[in-house]
Write a protein that binds this ligand. Sequence first.
Ligand SMILES: O=C(O)CCC(=O)C(=O)O
Ligand SMILES: [Fe+2]
Length: 258
Amino acid sequence: MDQSRKRRANSPLTSGISAKKPKQEVSALSIKTQKQHDNSPALLKLPNSNVDIDSDWAQQYRIPNLPGADVYYQADFVDEERANSWYQLLCELETWYRPTLTMYGKGYIQSRSIAGYVTSPDLTARYSGHSVQMNHPYPPLLIEIQNRVSEALGVGFDHIMLNWYQNGSVHIGKHRDTKDNQVIASLSLGAKRTFVMHPHISKGEKKVDADATRWVLANGSLLVMQGDTQENWKHEIPKEPKVKEGRISLTFRQIVHA
Ligand SMILES: O=C(O)CCC(=O)C(=O)O
Ligand SMILES: [Fe+2]
């Protein structure tokens, strides 16, 4: 085995039987879970499909003054050292790709790289009208990260979509996510980027009487959108050409089972 393959086989990113569990990271979690047969930690499965708005976490991190939205933001979900280390490790995933999108009959390659993971091989998801490549099983690092998010929010997930914004010229335009996802949690790693929420305009009218709101997503921060947020608001990560460093966001969702 050449050196790089050997490194990969021992990396927390490697899925499957040969994957070695990242001992230190996992023992830092005080979660009692059954071990899977492949020796990687098990994913926390929680029945709740959204954050309990009366929970301590929700009370502490709710963003006020967003009518018709239910949004939470914790700037220091993980410390910068851990966030930087996760960023570096996730850059090495072999599953990143840039999908080809079709617009007005013309194909073009998206500037943002993505990588999709599902907890079960039969799960699929579509984004902007196209099916995305889904990988299974999660590598141990993604199990660890998702378990931390689930533990904090009291919510289980079966899908992670990773987005890699290699520098400030890579962005995601104003959009709404499918309302089928009752909750979307996104963890930011790497460069700080601005997040903007705009009241959705339907039939020429704003759905809510409010102005656009923006804030900076810190390295290691966690953002949660749920409830009527997608009904009434759009969101975007605009271009910021001055930003030279990369950012990875991990968006945790529940795929809707027909
Ligand atoms: O990168 C982010 O934080 C936002 C990503 C996003 O809006 C999405 O994947 O739908
Ligand atoms: Fe989105």
